[in-house]
Ligand binder design. Sequence first.
Ligand code: 4AD
Ligand code: MG
Length: 435
Amino acid sequence: MPERITIADAARHVGETVEIPGWLYNLRKSGRIVFPILRDGTGLIQCVAQKSELPEPVFEELKHLTQESSLIVRGKIRAEARAQGGYEMDVEGVEIVQKVAEIDPYPITPKEHGVEFLMDRRHLWLRSQRQHAIIRVRHEVIKAVRDYFDNHGFTLVDTPIFTPAACEGTTTLFEVNYFDDDKAYLTQSGQLYNEATAMAFGKVYSFGPTFRAEKSKTRRHLTEFWMVEPEMAYADLDEIKRVAEEMIVYIVGRVLDTRREELKVLERDVSKLEAVHAPFPRLSYDDAVKNLQQHGSEIQWGSDFGGADETILTEQFERPILVDRFPTAIKAFYMAPDPARPEVALGVDVLAPEGYGEIIGGGQRIHDLDLLLRRIEEHHLPREAFEWYIDLRKYGSVPHGGFGMGIERCVAWVCGLEHVRETIAFPRMLYRLRP
Ligand code: 4AD
Ligand code: MG
């Protein structure tokens, strides 16, 4: 029995007869030879099947095989410099597992399809090379994030998804029924819980799905996305910025080290990623507003950046930028005001270059009990739901803070994509809940 291998492993089996289980990616025919291209999730390999080497019915079956049929190919691996991946297989036998019916062919062909057509067939689209590359980069980004925090003394403490109250503002909550007429909300962020666990463990992070019900139809918004959120006791704004910067440099470095092939498939200009090293430019919200006005934006001091503003700002830099001290009035209730200038908050956003915009939001939290109570009132938040959070300001309160990074925004930037929808296997957006 020949050994069963993956395409990624072909290099270690040159000259051997092996078996590769997979799917038919494409098929070229040239008289008495057919060239099935096999994919197996680890790569692509061109096979060479000669009429003279195979029983007649096997050759005929292969010759008429339909795209995405599943099959197990047996043959000898040969190094071939001109082949994609560097290897080919000379076919000695084929077992068809399931043939795609000719009357109902695989709907995604190499021709161009519209995005909506493809999104409706997302369950199949994931098999294409480009989507495959994106998801592999995403996997590496997530691994890098975890390794970064695991190697820097952070403890992973995941936070609940059902929550009794809002964290980032009440207008963007998904409400669900929670037994006996009680209401729960899908979490917008694990931050408030991270603040509790940071007081228990010092440095923590959570990583999980988060939900936003804002009706934004932009290239940056999903209704369900994955956020990594570190939180640190005894950390000030400078320390929070330092960690954000170091984490991003680490992520980009890891993708460059391990996912060059995928970046090539995506035609990503890697020189842009190679430019991502510390220190990142730091500017204040005040200066960012002036800069935007000089570049033709209508923005006035006091309002948040729009998507277009973020694009204008970040197209000017080759590295991510750290923008701090946004107006307190437009930030969440928990944001610590700058003691020297209470109208601005000790918060920071990291904006990715090349027009990508915000990938991280974070900052220092209010640690003073009275101020926090005042803010909860000003924001008309139900105090009962926050009693536990208020407790943190009664029992050993310390300056602390952290940030959240949306994985999809980070991946969209690293991969150089137009829209976040391709960075997650099954995106959830304002007008998309299927498949
Ligand atoms: O800036 P945001 O709203 O900050 C928070 O939720 C804080 N509680 C995080 C913290 O300090 N622990 O969201 C953080 C990040 C954004 O910078 C962005 O990357 C991502 O989450 N994000 C979204 N990603 C995709 N779709 C959306 N609708 C997103 N909203 C936020
Ligand atoms: Mg934000």
